[in-house]
Design a protein around this ligand. Structure first.
Ligand SMILES: [Fe+2]
Length: 199
């Protein structure tokens, strides 16, 4: 039994070479950073659970994006200091598929934070109209926002409250919370509706 099977991640999509490569890269760059690898493993588990909410052909890219969504936190990858953008730029510059870079750029409604950090134009190198919405983007945000900082399953409201506490009241995240939180809740809600409709 493989490591992924032991962790309950065995689906046809997890056997996809893109998913395996994404997991390897994330492990290489995040394993040394406090909690990030555990969070990433949790998000990948949640994405696997959420994969019935997206078309079968899109499941590998959803799972690969889940493994890669936070690689921009890794010190060697940091450029702007905004992890969705830094992760996406790394993937683009290393010839990963464009949709993967786009999904990483826009995960968890990153565009709102990019705007207040003066990085909107940089993020728009990965067009929001293509990658910030739709079932795969929703499922990725669902997975990220229902997984806690060390990989535990978490209610979205607790996740949002914890994020505000960690980043602080003057943070860019806090400044755009009134716009960003409804977008996150809506993505989570849409994914849950599809999952429950299919169960
Ligand atoms: Fe995350």
């Amino acid at each position: 039994m493989t490591d992924l099977q032991q962790r309950g991640l065995h689906t046809d999509a997890t056997a996809d070479p893109l998913v395996a490569a994404a997991r390897r890269l994330a492990h290489d760059v995040l394993r040394g950073s406090d909690g990030r690898w555990q969070h990433t493993e949790g998000v990948a588990r949640r994405a696997a659970e959420a994969s019935p909410a997206v078309p079968e052909a899109d499941r590998p890219v959803l799972l690969a994006a889940a493994w890669l969504h936070d690689i921009g936190y890794a010190a060697p990858l940091q450029r702007s200091g905004f992890h969705p953008l830094d992760g996406a730029c790394y993937l683009r510059d290393h010839s990963w598929p464009e949709p993967l870079a786009g999904l990483v750029a826009h995960h968890s409604a990153a565009r709102f934070v990019a705007a207040v950090r003066g990085l909107a134009a940089d993020l728009e190198a990965f067009p929001a109209d293509r990658y910030a919405s739709g079932p795969v983007a929703d499922a990725l945000t669902y997975a990220d926002q229902t997984t806690g900082p060390t990989g535990e399953r978490m209610d979205v409201e607790d996740r949002l409250a914890g994020m505000l506490r960690r980043h602080g009241p003057d943070s860019p995240n806090a400044r755009v919370h009134d716009q960003r939180a409804p977008a996150i809740r809506a993505a989570v809600d849409r994914t849950e509706r599809v999952l429950h409709a299919g169960s």
